[in-house]
Write a protein that binds this ligand. Structure first.
Ligand code: 5GP
Ligand code: MG
Ligand code: MG
Length: 179
């Protein structure tokens, strides 16, 4: 049985504030913030605010299973447009779970000549093969973010056969409009 951890907007803000404190306490000046779409975008935007770094870019990375492949691998489906040459870059995602997305993001961005690549995630799973430089909290639960409640409810109902009411109790939200 999967453990769920619904997080509130307030907890998202607090987590990003803790990450910002860690970055600032090291005296690091970030030039460009890159959000990993879609889950990393909102934390990336908050960090842009807290760190005073207005320059942002986005990188979309999706999991893809090729023909005959047994395991999924991440693929960059929207490349970065922002110029990161000689820049200090902070890559932000919502969670590092397997760590494959961060591995892919870092190796992709490293081809564009950044001065330094730093990484941050709100949550880190203990088994991740990639440890971001900054994170707010470690957890082994499935995190439900304020921005993915509806898709989580839909998955719980469609794939696991829960009622909408049971799914709403898990996500902490009344999403009756999904009916
Ligand atoms: P990875 O396994 O490559 O580290 O993470 C891939 C993506 O899966 C992350 O960018 C994130 O969007 C999603 N993900 C991983 N764990 C969770 C989780 O506990 N909750 C949610 N909502 N998304 C997750
Ligand atoms: Mg993601
Ligand atoms: Mg996601």
């Amino acid at each position: 049985p999967v453990k769920f951890k619904p997080v509130t907007w307030r907890e998202v803000e607090d987590g990003c504030a803790r990450i910002a404190e860690q970055v600032l306490s090291k005296g690091i000046k970030v030039d460009v913030i890159v959000g990993v779409l879609r889950g990393g975008w909102i934390p990336a935007r908050l960090l842009s605010d807290y760190l005073g770094t207005p320059v942002m870019g986005a990188l979309e990375i999706k999991f893809y299973r090729g023909i005959g492949e047994t395991s999924e691998r991440p693929v960059v489906t929207q490349p970065l447009i922002a110029d990161i040459r000689d820049k200090v870059v902070l890559v932000v995602d919502d969670v590092a779970d397997t760590g494959k997305t961060f591995n892919m993001a870092v190796s992709f961005l490293s081809h564009y000549g950044p001065r330094r690549i730093l990484t941050a995630a709100l949550y880190l799973k203990p088994w991740s093969m990639y440890r971001p430089d900054f994170y707010a909290e470690e957890t082994d639960a499935w995190i439900i973010f304020p921005w993915d409640k509806a898709e989580t409810v839909e998955e719980l109902v469609k794939k696991r056969g829960l009622t909408l009411e049971e799914a709403a109790r898990i996500t902490g939200e009344d999403l009756g409009f999904l009916k």
